[in-house]
Write a protein that binds this ligand. Structure first.
Ligand SMILES: [Zn+2]
Ligand SMILES: [Zn+2]
Length: 279
């Protein structure tokens, strides 16, 4: 089975809200790994209106359609929907999904912060409709609180959402958790926080699939810095991959989130792909 890389060429052609032009040199910069027999590059389709209207209020969706970043957001979320479905069904081993203008600050009514529709909402709505009783664990390691994701899944106890941010919250019978992380941390301290706060919860919850929202705005040279080094992001995915192998047959979808530092993105994303495909 292969690792799916979901990337649309439009992502490299424009300057996107908040994250800028960090995918300028993609997917070319991953050529070495895209050529591996273990990897397949997939051009995503746009997410369907049907799924969007299930997760977002009509006004929000219609507002998006008028923006110049709409196409990027629609292809991004289409990639999330297809990746989650193919990984869940065992058609792909795991996946790395590139996202622009979509992500964790998009809730039912409001969307902001560079993310104008939800990455995970439509993806899990689709899975839940097609496969009754699917349980998903979302881990959010972007620097900021995933307010939109939380709003969408609050009350849905088939979804575990553990968010590493500035809050300290446990709600929805322990299926929705915010873990406060420090402003400046060592890579090892951050990893240890993830091991101690996410791993036991995920083991107890027993997901069928893990979705990782991988922001790199926590990097020491990015806009949400928590002092982290670039290898942390690769190590994080490596550990989550092992956890997924232990508890859900390796079913892991990594979705890119915040961060605008192109050098960091160009360092981490090819290496993350290599970890997903070959380790
Ligand atoms: Zn962020
Ligand atoms: Zn949070």
């Amino acid at each position: 089975m292969k690792t799916g890389v979901f990337f649309h060429e439009i992502f490299s052609q424009k300057f996107w809200p908040v994250m800028g032009h960090k995918f300028k040199n993609f997917p070319k910069i991953m050529d070495k790994f895209l050529g591996l027999p273990e990897v397949v590059l997939i051009e995503p389709q746009k997410v369907s209106n049907l799924l969007l209207y299930q997760v977002h209020e009509a006004q929000l969706v219609e507002g998006l359609f008028r923006q110049d970043y709409a196409q990027g957001a629609l292809f991004s979320v289409g990639g999330c929907v297809e990746a989650a479905e193919k990984v869940y069904r065992g058609e792909l081993k795991n996946a790395l999904v590139f996202n622009v203008a979509a992500g964790h600050h998009a809730g039912y009514f409001n969307a902001w912060g560079g993310t104008y529709i939800s990455s995970t909402g439509p993806a899990l709505a689709n899975l839940q409709q097609k496969h009754e009783g699917v349980r998903a664990a979302i881990i959010d390691t972007d620097s900021h609180h995933g307010d939109g994701t939380r709003e969408i899944f609050l009350g849905d106890r088939q979804v575990l959402h553990v968010c590493f941010c500035d809050l300290d919250v446990v709600e929805d019978l322990g299926t929705k958790v915010d873990v406060r992380v420090g402003n400046i941390m060592s890579d090892e301290e951050y990893l240890e926080k993830v091991r101690s706060e996410f791993f036991p919860r995920a083991r107890t919850f027993g997901p069928d699939i893990i979705i990782h929202l991988l922001g790199h705005d926590t990097h020491k040279d990015d806009y949400g810095s928590r002092g982290l080094g670039r290898d942390l992001f690769v190590d994080l995915v490596r550990e989550l991959k092992k956890l997924a192998e232990e508890i859900c047959s390796g079913k892991l979808v990594v979705i890119t989130m915040g961060g605008s530092n192109r050098e960091v993105s160009e360092y981490i994303h090819p290496r993350v792909l290599d970890v997903l495909a070959r380790e």
